[in-house]
Design a protein around this ligand. Structure first.
Ligand SMILES: [Zn+2]
Ligand SMILES: [Zn+2]
Length: 208
């Protein structure tokens, strides 16, 4: 499985193109902005089919290019139920706070958490990790985790936004991520990649 990271937008959010070597299908995680840059990377790699757009949560900096990619590719847009309204509301997605507007899009598939789906021939598990937002999820595929704004290299997500919940967040980190027995390469929503066990050992915001 190949993961291509593309930093997009003014918040330097990470979009990811994920595919199996030798295929021309991919799924995209968090196309937050810069549709044309993501499109160019897809074309350069030789991706001809985007099967799914998997969203770690619904904040504006993670969803800004969803509508265009969906229009262009017909990809299935997936988000957790509790963040679904963010795809159609500049208020809910916090776009208004940043003075931007997002092209609204209807989700095609709404998660509850705990699902495993197949995207671009890759099994993807959905872990509900609320706290930064109510519908924040982490996606696990093979030995990789896409953590959105739930976990960063040596840092954790903000919990002072409307819809954030520090108590839920603490539970998600300690009980949901903290109970995982396997180490994963963690691709975060902003910044560089890390690993799950390295964060549990070194991240000052994570106390076991
Ligand atoms: Zn966020
Ligand atoms: Zn973010």
């Amino acid at each position: 499985m190949i993961v291509v990271q593309v930093a997009v937008g003014e918040m330097m959010s990470n979009a990811f193109i994920v595919y199996k070597e030798g295929t021309h299908k991919a799924f995209v995680v968090d196309p937050g902005a810069d549709y044309l840059r993501i499109k160019k990377r897809l074309d350069d790699i030789g991706i001809t089919e985007v099967t799914h757009i998997l969203l770690t949560h619904g904040h504006f900096d993670h969803i800004g290019a969803v509508a265009q990619i969906k229009q262009e590719t017909g990809a299935v847009v997936c988000i957790h139920r509790r963040d679904a309204s963010m795809l159609q509301s500049d208020q809910d997605s916090l776009a208004v706070m940043a003075g931007v507007t997002i092209q609204p899009v209807k989700p095609d598939y709404v998660f509850e958490g705990g699902e495993t789906i197949e995207a671009a021939d890759i099994q993807v598990e959905v872990l509900h990790t609320p706290g930064h937002s109510g519908g924040s999820v982490c996606y696990i595929a093979e030995d990789v985790m896409f953590s959105g704004d739930t976990l960063f290299y040596m840092y954790c997500g903000r919990t002072d936004f409307p819809g954030s919940d520090p108590a839920e967040y603490a539970h998600s980190l300690r009980e949901v991520l903290g109970s995982l027995k396997k180490d994963y390469t963690v691709y975060a929503g902003h910044g560089i990649k890390t690993t799950l066990f390295a964060e549990f050992s070194n991240n000052p915001y994570l106390m076991r």
